[in-house]
Design a protein around this ligand. Structure first.
Ligand code: SF4
Length: 567
Protein backbone atom coordinates (compact mmCIF):
# COMPACT_ATOMS: atom_id res chain seq x y z
CA UNK A 1 0.00 0.00 0.00
CA UNK A 2 1.67 3.20 -1.23
CA UNK A 3 0.51 6.74 -0.47
CA UNK A 4 1.80 10.15 0.51
CA UNK A 5 -0.41 10.24 3.57
CA UNK A 6 -2.24 7.36 5.22
CA UNK A 7 -4.96 8.47 7.61
CA UNK A 8 -5.49 5.80 10.24
CA UNK A 9 -8.47 5.55 12.54
CA UNK A 10 -7.74 3.61 15.75
CA UNK A 11 -10.16 1.62 17.91
CA UNK A 12 -11.00 3.05 21.33
CA UNK A 13 -9.03 0.33 23.14
CA UNK A 14 -6.22 -1.01 20.99
CA UNK A 15 -6.14 -4.55 22.37
CA UNK A 16 -9.92 -4.89 22.65
CA UNK A 17 -9.78 -8.28 20.94
CA UNK A 18 -7.32 -9.74 23.40
CA UNK A 19 -8.82 -8.77 26.73
CA UNK A 20 -12.26 -9.02 28.31
CA UNK A 21 -14.05 -5.68 28.52
CA UNK A 22 -17.52 -4.91 29.86
CA UNK A 23 -18.32 -1.98 27.61
CA UNK A 24 -21.75 -1.40 29.10
CA UNK A 25 -23.96 1.17 27.42
CA UNK A 26 -21.25 3.64 26.39
CA UNK A 27 -22.05 3.42 22.69
CA UNK A 28 -25.80 2.86 22.89
CA UNK A 29 -26.68 6.19 21.31
CA UNK A 30 -24.18 6.39 18.48
CA UNK A 31 -23.90 4.48 15.20
CA UNK A 32 -20.53 2.95 16.20
CA UNK A 33 -19.88 -0.16 18.25
CA UNK A 34 -18.04 0.42 21.59
CA UNK A 35 -14.81 0.26 19.61
CA UNK A 36 -15.91 3.69 18.32
CA UNK A 37 -14.95 2.69 14.80
CA UNK A 38 -16.57 5.71 13.15
CA UNK A 39 -13.86 8.08 11.94
CA UNK A 40 -14.33 11.86 12.06
CA UNK A 41 -15.68 13.46 8.87
CA UNK A 42 -12.60 15.68 8.86
CA UNK A 43 -10.69 12.67 7.45
CA UNK A 44 -12.69 12.90 4.23
CA UNK A 45 -12.27 16.66 3.86
CA UNK A 46 -8.51 16.42 4.55
CA UNK A 47 -8.17 13.57 2.04
CA UNK A 48 -10.18 15.43 -0.64
CA UNK A 49 -8.21 18.67 -0.11
CA UNK A 50 -4.86 16.92 -0.39
CA UNK A 51 -5.92 14.92 -3.42
CA UNK A 52 -6.84 18.15 -5.20
CA UNK A 53 -3.24 19.24 -4.61
CA UNK A 54 -1.95 16.05 -6.21
CA UNK A 55 -1.24 14.02 -3.07
CA UNK A 56 -2.17 10.36 -2.83
CA UNK A 57 -4.12 9.85 0.38
CA UNK A 58 -5.68 6.75 1.86
CA UNK A 59 -8.12 6.45 4.71
CA UNK A 60 -7.78 3.21 6.64
CA UNK A 61 -10.42 2.48 9.23
CA UNK A 62 -8.16 0.20 11.24
CA UNK A 63 -10.73 -0.07 14.02
CA UNK A 64 -13.24 -1.50 11.57
CA UNK A 65 -10.71 -3.93 10.08
CA UNK A 66 -9.90 -5.19 13.57
CA UNK A 67 -13.57 -5.48 14.41
CA UNK A 68 -14.46 -7.33 11.24
CA UNK A 69 -11.87 -10.04 11.52
CA UNK A 70 -10.32 -11.56 14.59
CA UNK A 71 -7.45 -12.87 12.47
CA UNK A 72 -6.63 -9.47 10.98
CA UNK A 73 -3.13 -8.55 12.15
CA UNK A 74 -2.70 -4.75 12.38
CA UNK A 75 1.05 -5.08 12.84
CA UNK A 76 1.54 -7.05 9.62
CA UNK A 77 -0.81 -4.73 7.79
CA UNK A 78 0.93 -1.53 8.90
CA UNK A 79 4.34 -3.02 8.22
CA UNK A 80 3.43 -3.38 4.55
CA UNK A 81 2.37 0.25 4.23
CA UNK A 82 4.53 2.69 2.34
CA UNK A 83 3.79 6.28 3.21
CA UNK A 84 5.47 9.65 3.51
CA UNK A 85 3.46 10.29 6.69
CA UNK A 86 0.85 8.71 8.92
CA UNK A 87 -2.07 10.71 10.28
CA UNK A 88 -3.92 9.45 13.36
CA UNK A 89 -7.08 11.03 14.72
CA UNK A 90 -7.51 11.75 18.39
CA UNK A 91 -10.69 13.71 18.09
CA UNK A 92 -12.85 12.00 20.70
CA UNK A 93 -11.11 11.25 23.97
CA UNK A 94 -12.31 7.62 24.19
CA UNK A 95 -9.79 6.89 21.41
CA UNK A 96 -6.82 7.83 23.55
CA UNK A 97 -5.72 4.24 24.19
CA UNK A 98 -6.05 3.24 20.54
CA UNK A 99 -4.41 6.41 19.20
CA UNK A 100 -1.39 6.20 21.51
CA UNK A 101 -0.76 2.52 20.80
CA UNK A 102 -1.26 2.98 17.08
CA UNK A 103 1.28 5.84 17.04
CA UNK A 104 3.75 3.58 18.85
CA UNK A 105 3.18 0.77 16.38
CA UNK A 106 3.59 3.05 13.33
CA UNK A 107 6.86 4.45 14.68
CA UNK A 108 8.22 1.05 15.67
CA UNK A 109 7.58 -0.34 12.18
CA UNK A 110 8.47 2.80 10.21
CA UNK A 111 11.07 4.63 12.23
CA UNK A 112 11.61 7.43 9.71
CA UNK A 113 8.01 8.12 8.77
CA UNK A 114 6.51 11.11 10.60
CA UNK A 115 3.42 10.50 12.72
CA UNK A 116 0.86 13.32 12.83
CA UNK A 117 -2.00 13.55 15.31
CA UNK A 118 -5.01 15.82 15.07
CA UNK A 119 -8.55 16.33 16.34
CA UNK A 120 -10.09 18.22 19.25
CA UNK A 121 -8.61 16.04 22.01
CA UNK A 122 -5.16 16.06 20.39
CA UNK A 123 -5.45 19.87 20.14
CA UNK A 124 -6.22 20.12 23.83
CA UNK A 125 -3.36 17.81 24.90
CA UNK A 126 -0.84 18.80 22.19
CA UNK A 127 1.93 19.76 24.60
CA UNK A 128 1.60 16.61 26.69
CA UNK A 129 1.51 14.44 23.56
CA UNK A 130 4.78 15.89 22.29
CA UNK A 131 6.42 15.86 25.71
CA UNK A 132 5.50 12.31 26.66
CA UNK A 133 5.13 10.44 23.37
CA UNK A 134 8.30 10.49 21.26
CA UNK A 135 6.44 8.40 18.68
CA UNK A 136 4.32 11.41 17.70
CA UNK A 137 6.19 14.01 15.65
CA UNK A 138 3.48 16.57 14.95
CA UNK A 139 0.15 17.71 16.31
CA UNK A 140 -2.10 19.78 14.06
CA UNK A 141 -4.41 21.82 16.25
CA UNK A 142 -7.78 23.43 15.69
CA UNK A 143 -11.03 22.56 13.98
CA UNK A 144 -9.90 23.17 10.38
CA UNK A 145 -6.67 21.44 9.48
CA UNK A 146 -7.16 20.89 5.74
CA UNK A 147 -4.90 23.74 4.61
CA UNK A 148 -2.35 23.40 7.43
CA UNK A 149 -2.09 19.72 6.47
CA UNK A 150 -1.18 20.67 2.89
CA UNK A 151 1.54 22.99 4.25
CA UNK A 152 2.77 20.33 6.64
CA UNK A 153 3.06 17.79 3.84
CA UNK A 154 5.07 20.35 1.85
CA UNK A 155 7.35 20.94 4.82
CA UNK A 156 7.80 17.20 5.35
CA UNK A 157 8.91 16.84 1.73
CA UNK A 158 11.36 19.70 2.16
CA UNK A 159 9.38 22.34 0.23
CA UNK A 160 8.54 24.48 3.22
CA UNK A 161 9.48 25.24 6.79
CA UNK A 162 7.81 23.70 9.83
CA UNK A 163 7.90 27.06 11.55
CA UNK A 164 5.59 28.44 8.83
CA UNK A 165 2.88 25.83 9.20
CA UNK A 166 -0.07 27.36 11.03
CA UNK A 167 -1.64 25.44 13.95
CA UNK A 168 1.35 23.08 14.18
CA UNK A 169 3.03 21.87 17.35
CA UNK A 170 6.26 19.92 16.93
CA UNK A 171 9.58 19.11 18.54
CA UNK A 172 12.91 20.70 17.83
CA UNK A 173 15.37 18.49 19.65
CA UNK A 174 13.81 18.11 23.07
CA UNK A 175 12.01 21.46 22.89
CA UNK A 176 8.33 21.64 21.99
CA UNK A 177 7.61 24.39 19.46
CA UNK A 178 4.08 25.74 19.28
CA UNK A 179 3.20 27.71 16.15
CA UNK A 180 0.31 30.16 16.46
CA UNK A 181 -3.16 28.71 16.08
CA UNK A 182 -3.84 31.18 13.31
CA UNK A 183 -5.73 29.22 10.69
CA UNK A 184 -9.29 29.61 11.97
CA UNK A 185 -11.47 30.29 8.91
CA UNK A 186 -14.53 32.38 9.62
CA UNK A 187 -16.54 30.59 6.96
CA UNK A 188 -16.56 27.02 5.72
CA UNK A 189 -16.40 27.64 2.00
CA UNK A 190 -13.26 25.54 1.80
CA UNK A 191 -14.80 22.63 3.65
CA UNK A 192 -16.01 20.14 1.08
CA UNK A 193 -17.19 16.67 1.83
CA UNK A 194 -16.65 14.45 -1.16
CA UNK A 195 -19.26 11.78 -0.58
CA UNK A 196 -17.97 9.78 -3.54
CA UNK A 197 -14.50 9.57 -1.96
CA UNK A 198 -15.33 6.49 0.03
CA UNK A 199 -16.71 4.61 -2.96
CA UNK A 200 -13.80 5.64 -5.18
CA UNK A 201 -11.44 4.48 -2.48
CA UNK A 202 -13.20 1.10 -2.22
CA UNK A 203 -12.82 0.58 -5.96
CA UNK A 204 -9.25 1.85 -6.10
CA UNK A 205 -7.99 -0.20 -3.18
CA UNK A 206 -10.36 -3.15 -3.61
CA UNK A 207 -10.99 -3.07 0.14
CA UNK A 208 -13.56 -1.75 2.57
CA UNK A 209 -10.86 0.16 4.49
CA UNK A 210 -12.62 3.50 4.16
CA UNK A 211 -16.09 2.45 5.35
CA UNK A 212 -17.11 4.82 8.12
CA UNK A 213 -18.67 2.37 10.58
CA UNK A 214 -19.56 -1.28 11.10
CA UNK A 215 -23.22 -1.20 10.10
CA UNK A 216 -22.83 1.41 7.37
CA UNK A 217 -23.84 -0.84 4.47
CA UNK A 218 -26.75 -2.21 6.44
CA UNK A 219 -27.99 0.99 8.12
CA UNK A 220 -26.55 3.92 6.19
CA UNK A 221 -26.59 7.48 7.44
CA UNK A 222 -24.46 10.30 6.01
CA UNK A 223 -23.63 13.54 7.78
CA UNK A 224 -24.05 17.09 6.52
CA UNK A 225 -22.02 19.69 8.35
CA UNK A 226 -23.62 23.11 8.78
CA UNK A 227 -21.24 24.76 11.22
CA UNK A 228 -18.10 24.67 13.30
CA UNK A 229 -18.40 26.05 16.79
CA UNK A 230 -21.44 26.80 18.88
CA UNK A 231 -23.01 29.88 20.46
CA UNK A 232 -24.04 27.95 23.59
CA UNK A 233 -22.14 26.92 26.65
CA UNK A 234 -23.51 23.61 27.85
CA UNK A 235 -21.39 22.78 30.85
CA UNK A 236 -20.13 19.33 29.86
CA UNK A 237 -19.76 19.89 26.12
CA UNK A 238 -16.34 19.89 24.45
CA UNK A 239 -17.91 21.59 21.43
CA UNK A 240 -19.22 24.60 23.35
CA UNK A 241 -18.34 28.22 22.69
CA UNK A 242 -16.04 28.14 25.74
CA UNK A 243 -14.23 24.98 24.60
CA UNK A 244 -13.88 26.11 20.99
CA UNK A 245 -12.34 29.40 21.99
CA UNK A 246 -9.86 27.71 24.35
CA UNK A 247 -8.94 24.73 22.21
CA UNK A 248 -9.42 25.97 18.64
CA UNK A 249 -9.01 29.72 19.03
CA UNK A 250 -12.46 30.03 17.49
CA UNK A 251 -14.38 32.97 18.87
CA UNK A 252 -17.32 32.93 16.51
CA UNK A 253 -19.27 30.22 14.78
CA UNK A 254 -18.34 29.42 11.18
CA UNK A 255 -21.41 28.57 9.14
CA UNK A 256 -21.53 26.78 5.82
CA UNK A 257 -23.38 28.61 3.11
CA UNK A 258 -26.97 27.31 2.81
CA UNK A 259 -26.32 26.52 -0.87
CA UNK A 260 -23.43 24.20 0.11
CA UNK A 261 -25.52 22.50 2.79
CA UNK A 262 -28.26 21.74 0.27
CA UNK A 263 -25.73 20.67 -2.35
CA UNK A 264 -24.46 18.06 0.13
CA UNK A 265 -27.97 16.82 0.83
CA UNK A 266 -28.59 16.44 -2.90
CA UNK A 267 -25.38 14.46 -3.27
CA UNK A 268 -26.49 12.17 -0.44
CA UNK A 269 -29.85 11.81 -2.16
CA UNK A 270 -28.07 10.23 -5.12
CA UNK A 271 -27.15 7.39 -2.77
CA UNK A 272 -30.66 7.07 -1.34
CA UNK A 273 -29.21 7.29 2.14
CA UNK A 274 -30.76 9.26 5.00
CA UNK A 275 -28.88 12.45 5.88
CA UNK A 276 -28.12 13.73 9.37
CA UNK A 277 -27.91 17.53 9.38
CA UNK A 278 -25.34 18.36 12.07
CA UNK A 279 -25.95 21.60 13.97
CA UNK A 280 -29.13 23.39 14.97
CA UNK A 281 -30.39 25.19 11.84
CA UNK A 282 -32.46 27.59 13.89
CA UNK A 283 -29.38 28.86 15.71
CA UNK A 284 -27.48 30.34 12.80
CA UNK A 285 -28.95 33.79 13.18
CA UNK A 286 -32.08 35.21 11.68
CA UNK A 287 -32.68 33.81 8.25
CA UNK A 288 -29.90 31.18 8.02
CA UNK A 289 -32.01 28.10 8.70
CA UNK A 290 -34.95 29.54 6.81
CA UNK A 291 -32.77 29.96 3.73
CA UNK A 292 -31.64 26.30 3.96
CA UNK A 293 -35.28 25.25 4.20
CA UNK A 294 -36.27 27.44 1.27
CA UNK A 295 -33.60 25.81 -0.90
CA UNK A 296 -34.63 22.34 0.24
CA UNK A 297 -38.22 23.15 -0.65
CA UNK A 298 -37.17 24.16 -4.14
CA UNK A 299 -35.21 20.97 -4.66
CA UNK A 300 -37.99 18.68 -3.43
CA UNK A 301 -35.65 16.50 -1.41
CA UNK A 302 -37.23 13.15 -0.67
CA UNK A 303 -34.76 11.19 1.48
CA UNK A 304 -35.29 10.97 5.25
CA UNK A 305 -33.62 13.92 6.97
CA UNK A 306 -32.62 14.02 10.61
CA UNK A 307 -32.40 17.46 12.25
CA UNK A 308 -31.00 18.25 15.66
CA UNK A 309 -32.22 21.13 17.78
CA UNK A 310 -30.28 22.35 20.78
CA UNK A 311 -33.19 24.37 22.09
CA UNK A 312 -36.83 24.74 20.96
CA UNK A 313 -36.73 26.81 17.76
CA UNK A 314 -38.64 30.06 17.19
CA UNK A 315 -42.34 29.96 16.44
CA UNK A 316 -43.18 28.76 12.97
CA UNK A 317 -39.76 27.20 12.26
CA UNK A 318 -40.99 23.62 12.54
CA UNK A 319 -43.98 24.39 10.31
CA UNK A 320 -41.60 25.76 7.72
CA UNK A 321 -39.40 22.70 8.06
CA UNK A 322 -42.39 20.46 7.42
CA UNK A 323 -43.34 22.48 4.35
CA UNK A 324 -39.80 22.10 2.99
CA UNK A 325 -39.05 18.40 3.38
CA UNK A 326 -41.16 15.29 3.14
CA UNK A 327 -39.70 12.96 5.73
CA UNK A 328 -38.07 14.34 8.86
CA UNK A 329 -36.98 13.18 12.29
CA UNK A 330 -35.98 15.45 15.14
CA UNK A 331 -33.28 14.83 17.74
CA UNK A 332 -33.18 16.76 20.96
CA UNK A 333 -31.31 16.37 24.24
CA UNK A 334 -33.04 17.95 27.23
CA UNK A 335 -30.57 15.78 29.24
CA UNK A 336 -32.78 15.87 32.32
CA UNK A 337 -36.53 16.02 32.79
CA UNK A 338 -35.89 18.16 35.85
CA UNK A 339 -35.73 21.77 34.62
CA UNK A 340 -33.43 22.74 37.51
CA UNK A 341 -30.81 20.19 36.51
CA UNK A 342 -31.29 21.12 32.87
CA UNK A 343 -30.67 24.79 33.61
CA UNK A 344 -27.61 23.86 35.66
CA UNK A 345 -26.02 22.09 32.73
CA UNK A 346 -26.68 25.04 30.45
CA UNK A 347 -29.96 24.31 28.67
CA UNK A 348 -32.44 26.94 29.53
CA UNK A 349 -35.86 25.84 28.45
CA UNK A 350 -38.82 24.56 30.40
CA UNK A 351 -40.79 21.35 30.01
CA UNK A 352 -43.71 23.46 28.81
CA UNK A 353 -41.55 24.79 25.96
CA UNK A 354 -40.37 21.28 25.19
CA UNK A 355 -43.93 20.01 25.01
CA UNK A 356 -45.00 22.88 22.84
CA UNK A 357 -42.29 21.88 20.42
CA UNK A 358 -43.40 18.24 20.49
CA UNK A 359 -46.94 19.27 19.67
CA UNK A 360 -45.91 21.45 16.77
CA UNK A 361 -43.52 18.78 15.44
CA UNK A 362 -46.10 16.02 15.47
CA UNK A 363 -48.89 18.17 14.10
CA UNK A 364 -46.53 19.14 11.27
CA UNK A 365 -45.92 15.47 10.40
CA UNK A 366 -42.58 14.70 12.10
CA UNK A 367 -41.84 10.99 11.51
CA UNK A 368 -40.03 10.42 14.81
CA UNK A 369 -38.91 12.60 17.69
CA UNK A 370 -35.96 11.27 19.70
CA UNK A 371 -35.44 12.67 23.18
CA UNK A 372 -32.14 12.04 24.96
CA UNK A 373 -31.72 12.04 28.73
CA UNK A 374 -28.47 11.44 30.58
CA UNK A 375 -27.32 10.02 33.91
CA UNK A 376 -24.33 11.53 35.69
CA UNK A 377 -25.04 15.24 35.34
CA UNK A 378 -23.87 17.82 37.83
CA UNK A 379 -26.63 18.56 40.35
CA UNK A 380 -28.53 15.39 39.43
CA UNK A 381 -29.98 13.26 42.23
CA UNK A 382 -31.92 10.00 42.39
CA UNK A 383 -35.07 12.06 42.76
CA UNK A 384 -34.37 14.12 39.67
CA UNK A 385 -33.71 10.93 37.68
CA UNK A 386 -36.99 9.53 38.94
CA UNK A 387 -38.69 12.75 37.86
CA UNK A 388 -37.12 12.35 34.39
CA UNK A 389 -38.45 8.81 33.94
CA UNK A 390 -41.91 9.90 35.04
CA UNK A 391 -41.81 12.75 32.53
CA UNK A 392 -40.68 10.31 29.82
CA UNK A 393 -43.62 8.02 30.68
CA UNK A 394 -46.12 10.85 30.45
CA UNK A 395 -44.69 12.09 27.15
CA UNK A 396 -44.65 8.60 25.62
CA UNK A 397 -48.27 8.05 26.69
CA UNK A 398 -49.31 11.38 25.27
CA UNK A 399 -47.33 11.28 22.03
CA UNK A 400 -46.69 7.60 21.28
CA UNK A 401 -49.06 7.83 18.28
CA UNK A 402 -46.49 10.30 16.89
CA UNK A 403 -43.51 8.07 17.73
CA UNK A 404 -41.88 9.95 20.50
CA UNK A 405 -38.84 7.86 21.49
CA UNK A 406 -37.01 8.67 24.70
CA UNK A 407 -33.52 7.33 25.44
CA UNK A 408 -31.54 7.42 28.63
CA UNK A 409 -27.89 6.59 29.00
CA UNK A 410 -24.93 7.43 31.19
CA UNK A 411 -22.76 10.39 30.35
CA UNK A 412 -19.76 8.19 29.72
CA UNK A 413 -16.96 7.43 29.80
CA UNK A 414 -15.12 10.78 30.06
CA UNK A 415 -15.80 14.43 30.72
CA UNK A 416 -14.96 16.29 27.49
CA UNK A 417 -11.53 17.96 27.75
CA UNK A 418 -11.87 21.70 27.31
CA UNK A 419 -15.48 21.76 28.51
CA UNK A 420 -16.47 24.03 31.39
CA UNK A 421 -17.12 20.95 33.55
CA UNK A 422 -13.62 19.65 32.80
CA UNK A 423 -11.94 22.95 33.64
CA UNK A 424 -14.05 23.79 36.71
CA UNK A 425 -15.57 20.53 37.91
CA UNK A 426 -16.08 21.66 41.49
CA UNK A 427 -18.21 24.65 40.41
CA UNK A 428 -20.57 22.47 38.45
CA UNK A 429 -21.06 19.42 40.64
CA UNK A 430 -18.38 17.11 39.20
CA UNK A 431 -15.39 15.37 40.76
CA UNK A 432 -12.71 14.49 38.21
CA UNK A 433 -10.57 11.32 38.30
CA UNK A 434 -8.54 12.14 35.20
CA UNK A 435 -6.89 15.35 34.09
CA UNK A 436 -3.98 14.53 31.83
CA UNK A 437 -3.97 12.58 28.60
CA UNK A 438 -2.19 9.70 30.27
CA UNK A 439 -4.66 9.68 33.20
CA UNK A 440 -7.37 8.93 30.67
CA UNK A 441 -5.14 6.38 28.96
CA UNK A 442 -4.61 4.59 32.29
CA UNK A 443 -8.34 4.35 32.96
CA UNK A 444 -8.78 2.46 29.69
CA UNK A 445 -5.56 0.50 30.10
CA UNK A 446 -6.27 -0.77 33.60
CA UNK A 447 -10.07 -0.89 33.60
CA UNK A 448 -12.20 -3.88 32.90
CA UNK A 449 -15.73 -2.52 33.10
CA UNK A 450 -17.35 0.72 32.01
CA UNK A 451 -17.53 1.72 35.66
CA UNK A 452 -13.72 1.58 35.79
CA UNK A 453 -13.55 3.78 32.69
CA UNK A 454 -15.67 6.62 34.14
CA UNK A 455 -13.39 9.61 34.55
CA UNK A 456 -15.62 11.37 37.05
CA UNK A 457 -18.37 11.19 39.61
CA UNK A 458 -20.73 13.94 40.65
CA UNK A 459 -21.14 15.55 44.05
CA UNK A 460 -24.43 13.64 44.46
CA UNK A 461 -23.68 10.40 42.61
CA UNK A 462 -20.77 8.01 43.09
CA UNK A 463 -19.54 5.89 40.19
CA UNK A 464 -21.62 3.01 41.61
CA UNK A 465 -24.67 5.26 41.70
CA UNK A 466 -24.14 6.27 38.08
CA UNK A 467 -23.90 2.61 37.06
CA UNK A 468 -26.91 1.47 39.11
CA UNK A 469 -29.08 4.41 38.16
CA UNK A 470 -28.22 3.90 34.49
CA UNK A 471 -29.35 0.28 34.64
CA UNK A 472 -32.47 1.03 36.72
CA UNK A 473 -33.55 3.88 34.48
CA UNK A 474 -32.88 1.99 31.28
CA UNK A 475 -35.01 -0.90 32.55
CA UNK A 476 -37.85 1.40 33.54
CA UNK A 477 -37.72 3.16 30.20
CA UNK A 478 -37.61 -0.10 28.24
CA UNK A 479 -40.75 -1.27 30.08
CA UNK A 480 -42.49 2.03 29.29
CA UNK A 481 -41.59 1.61 25.62
CA UNK A 482 -42.78 -2.00 25.56
CA UNK A 483 -46.13 -0.96 27.08
CA UNK A 484 -46.46 1.70 24.38
CA UNK A 485 -45.43 -0.89 21.75
CA UNK A 486 -42.40 1.15 20.76
CA UNK A 487 -40.33 -2.00 21.26
CA UNK A 488 -41.41 -5.63 21.19
CA UNK A 489 -41.80 -7.95 24.20
CA UNK A 490 -38.84 -9.98 22.90
CA UNK A 491 -36.65 -6.89 22.75
CA UNK A 492 -37.67 -5.99 26.29
CA UNK A 493 -36.74 -9.49 27.46
CA UNK A 494 -33.39 -9.15 25.69
CA UNK A 495 -32.69 -5.80 27.36
CA UNK A 496 -33.70 -7.21 30.77
CA UNK A 497 -31.40 -10.16 30.31
CA UNK A 498 -28.49 -8.03 29.09
CA UNK A 499 -28.78 -5.66 32.02
CA UNK A 500 -29.04 -8.53 34.53
CA UNK A 501 -25.86 -10.16 33.19
CA UNK A 502 -24.11 -6.83 33.00
CA UNK A 503 -24.94 -6.10 36.64
CA UNK A 504 -23.77 -9.53 37.74
CA UNK A 505 -20.52 -9.05 35.87
CA UNK A 506 -19.79 -5.77 37.60
CA UNK A 507 -20.47 -7.42 40.99
CA UNK A 508 -18.32 -10.40 40.08
CA UNK A 509 -15.45 -8.21 38.96
CA UNK A 510 -15.69 -6.18 42.19
CA UNK A 511 -15.78 -9.37 44.27
CA UNK A 512 -12.72 -10.92 42.59
CA UNK A 513 -10.94 -7.60 42.72
CA UNK A 514 -11.38 -7.32 46.50
CA UNK A 515 -10.34 -10.97 46.90
CA UNK A 516 -7.35 -10.44 44.62
CA UNK A 517 -8.52 -13.32 42.40
CA UNK A 518 -9.54 -11.48 39.26
CA UNK A 519 -8.54 -13.30 36.10
CA UNK A 520 -9.78 -13.47 32.54
CA UNK A 521 -11.36 -16.87 33.05
CA UNK A 522 -13.88 -15.37 35.47
CA UNK A 523 -15.21 -12.87 33.02
CA UNK A 524 -14.17 -13.52 29.41
CA UNK A 525 -17.10 -15.50 28.00
CA UNK A 526 -19.89 -13.46 29.55
CA UNK A 527 -18.33 -10.18 28.56
CA UNK A 528 -18.13 -11.35 24.98
CA UNK A 529 -21.87 -12.02 25.09
CA UNK A 530 -22.58 -8.45 26.12
CA UNK A 531 -21.14 -6.74 23.08
CA UNK A 532 -24.48 -5.86 21.53
CA UNK A 533 -26.10 -2.54 22.43
CA UNK A 534 -27.23 -3.01 25.97
CA UNK A 535 -30.13 -0.77 26.79
CA UNK A 536 -31.88 0.08 23.54
CA UNK A 537 -33.25 -1.56 20.43
CA UNK A 538 -30.84 -0.43 17.73
CA UNK A 539 -33.69 -0.33 15.22
CA UNK A 540 -34.95 2.71 17.14
CA UNK A 541 -32.04 4.66 15.69
CA UNK A 542 -32.25 3.32 12.16
CA UNK A 543 -33.43 6.05 9.81
CA UNK A 544 -32.85 4.01 6.68
CA UNK A 545 -35.81 1.67 7.09
CA UNK A 546 -37.68 1.37 3.81
CA UNK A 547 -34.71 2.69 1.85
CA UNK A 548 -32.39 -0.27 1.97
CA UNK A 549 -33.14 -1.74 -1.44
CA UNK A 550 -32.81 1.67 -3.12
CA UNK A 551 -29.57 2.33 -1.21
CA UNK A 552 -27.99 -0.96 -2.31
CA UNK A 553 -29.14 -0.34 -5.87
CA UNK A 554 -27.60 3.16 -5.90
CA UNK A 555 -24.28 1.80 -4.66
CA UNK A 556 -24.37 -0.94 -7.26
CA UNK A 557 -25.00 1.63 -10.03
CA UNK A 558 -22.15 3.83 -8.70
CA UNK A 559 -19.81 0.85 -8.89
CA UNK A 560 -20.97 -0.06 -12.39
CA UNK A 561 -20.47 3.53 -13.54
CA UNK A 562 -16.95 3.58 -12.25
CA UNK A 563 -16.13 0.49 -14.32
CA UNK A 564 -18.20 1.51 -17.34
CA UNK A 565 -18.00 5.30 -17.43
CA UNK A 566 -20.44 5.61 -20.36
CA UNK A 567 -23.31 4.17 -18.34
S1 SF4 B 1 -24.31 20.50 23.61
FE1 SF4 B 1 -24.68 22.72 23.92
S2 SF4 B 1 -22.69 23.66 23.70
FE2 SF4 B 1 -22.53 21.60 22.85
S3 SF4 B 1 -22.89 21.82 20.68
FE3 SF4 B 1 -24.88 21.35 21.63
S4 SF4 B 1 -25.80 23.35 22.11
FE4 SF4 B 1 -23.62 23.70 21.68
Amino acid sequence: MKADLILLHPPSIFDFRERPILWGPINDLIPSTPVFEMYPIGFVSIASTLEKQGYRVRIVNLALRMLNSKSFDPERYIKKMQAEAFGIDLHWMPHVHGAVNLAKMCKRLHENVPVIMGGLSASYFHREILESLPEVDFVLRGDSTERPMVELMEAISGEGKLSDVPNLSYREGSRVVINPLSYVPDNLDDFRLDYEYMFRSIIKTRSLDALPFYEFLERPIMAVLTRKGCESNCIACGGSSYAYSRVCNRHSVALRRPEMVVEDILKIQEFNSPAFVLGDLAMGGEGYGRRVLELLRRERVDIPLVFEFFTPPPRGFIRELARSVGDFTIEMSPESGDPEVRAKIGRNYSNAQLEKMLRSAFSAGCRQFDLYFMIGLGGQTRESVDFTIKLARRLVEEYSHGRLIPFISPYAPFLDPGSIAFEHPELHGFVKYASSLMDHYSLLQNGLTWKDFLSYRTTHLSRDDIVNLSYDSALRLARIKAEARLITGEKLAEIERGIAISRQMIQLVEHHRTQGTLGEEQVGESLYELRERLMIDRRELDWSQGLRVKWMLSIFIKFLRSFLPGL
